[in-house]
Write a protein that binds this ligand. Structure first.
Ligand SMILES: NC(=O)c1ccc[n+]([C@@H]2O[C@H](COP(=O)([O-])OP(=O)(O)OC[C@H]3O[C@@H](n4cnc5c(N)ncnc54)[C@H](OP(=O)(O)O)[C@@H]3O)[C@@H](O)[C@H]2O)c1
Length: 328
């Protein structure tokens, strides 16, 4: 089959389309004929050499696909065999930039009713990240207020819609006025322009001085102190990205006084059982919200499989909102 590999570390030019052996599904695994690939920041971080795949995982990049189950591993249970021929999405630790992938059947969900097969490629990574962190880790309750950094990114566009469906109030940060408009359409009560406004004072104003209950953060070090100042008593800071660096000083006194918690997670490095549990939760709680229209698909641009370099270049530019995909 054809698949992409990174030929060294660097810009999109290191992406090389090559011929590699087809993956062979083992017991409990399915082989998917890929229709769509979702791009993620992790693909870029792996390309520049700062986020290698976990031990034992293929060097082929990419964390999510949609497609059709073409074969099932020998010795698989009946429920796995029944997946043959079905349209599915799959959460991967790597291997998505390829014509075929082999994956643990527990990390697969049917394409939600009413969703186009290629668009579905951009769903599972964000859905699993948002649900496992906001519901699973931070335990966001309806009527709580949540600040989502980067409200128009792949993660942010999903998180804003999910919070709205949950009955929580979302504030968000964005880089320009056009993105502020989109964030508000997706359910944000207010979008703060992070290039022009002071985060801490704006959050105070918008919450009558109280602060927010939860912050969902893709920025990391650069915002640590401002995040701690912006949290209400018993607040939870959930860090999932380090776009603003990994090392920072924190005022622990602030944390003690307000009983704050910092939670930090990555989905990719979780074990197979934990991922299976997360995917099951997404199927039960998130898929119905997509099927009833409370969460809408946010595909921004679809590139051909041969255009992966251009797709990553576009993703790198930061112009995009929502998801960027490859179509096979
Ligand atoms: N831990 C996990 O399991 C996990 C899983 C998935 C993703 N992630 C991480 O989550 C992050 C976002 O992923 P993605 O796929 O959504 O990427 P993306 O689509 O490129 O979105 C990035 C977002 O970050 C925002 N941003 C950048 N600098 C910012 C700043 N200083 N202040 C506020 N917002 C800022 C951007 O806002 P503007 O466009 O408005 O500038 C954009 O909305 C990445 O770091 C990724 O690695 C983690």
């Amino acid at each position: 089959m054809r698949a992409y590999l990174y030929n060294g570390a660097g810009g999109p030019e290191v992406l090389d389309l090559t011929e590699v052996p087809d993956p062979v599904p083992g017991a409990g695994e399915v082989l998917i004929e890929v229709a769509g690939v979702g791009l993620n920041r992790a693909d870029v971080m792996q390309r520049i050499g700062v986020y290698p795949p976990p031990k034992g995982v293929t060097n082929i990049p990419g964390l999510e696909v949609s497609g059709v189950v073409a074969a099932v591993g020998e010795g698989s249970d009946a429920w796995v065999q029944e997946l043959k021929g079905k349209q599915v999405v799959a959460l991967l630790a790597g291997g998505a930039y390829a014509e075929k992938v082999s994956v643990d059947a527990r990390h697969v969900l049917p394409v939600p009713a009413g969703v186009d097969l290629v668009d579905a490629a951009g769903l599972i990574e964000v859905a699993a990240t948002v649900h496992s962190n906001l519901r699973g880790e931070a335990k966001v309750a309806p009527r709580e207020t949540v600040l989502v950094h980067g409200g128009t990114g792949g993660i942010g566009t999903f998180a804003l819609q999910y919070l709205s469906a949950l009955g929580a109030t979302a504030l968000t940060t964005v880089g320009n006025a056009e993105k502020a408009q989109l964030a508000e359409q997706l359910g944000a009560a207010h979008a703060i322009n992070y290039r022009e406004e002071d985060l801490v004072s704006r959050v105070k104003e918008l919450t009558d001085g109280r602060g927010v209950d939860v912050i969902f953060d893709v920025v990391g070090a650069k915002y640590l102190q401002a995040n701690l100042k912006s949290l209400a008593p018993d607040g939870r800071l959930v860090i999932i990205g380090l776009m603003g660096g990994r090392k920072a000083e924190a005022d622990l006194g602030l944390m003690l006084a307000k009983r704050l918690r910092i939670i930090a997670t990555t989905l990719r490095s979780r074990g197979a059982d934990a991922k299976a549990e997360i995917v099951r939760g997404v199927g039960e709680e998130i898929w119905p919200l997509i099927e009833n229209g409370q969460i809408s698909i946010q595909t921004n641009k679809v590139f051909g499989f041969d255009e992966a370099r251009a797709a990553q270049e576009y993703f790198d530019s930061g112009e995009h909102t929502g998801k960027v995909l490859l179509r096979l």
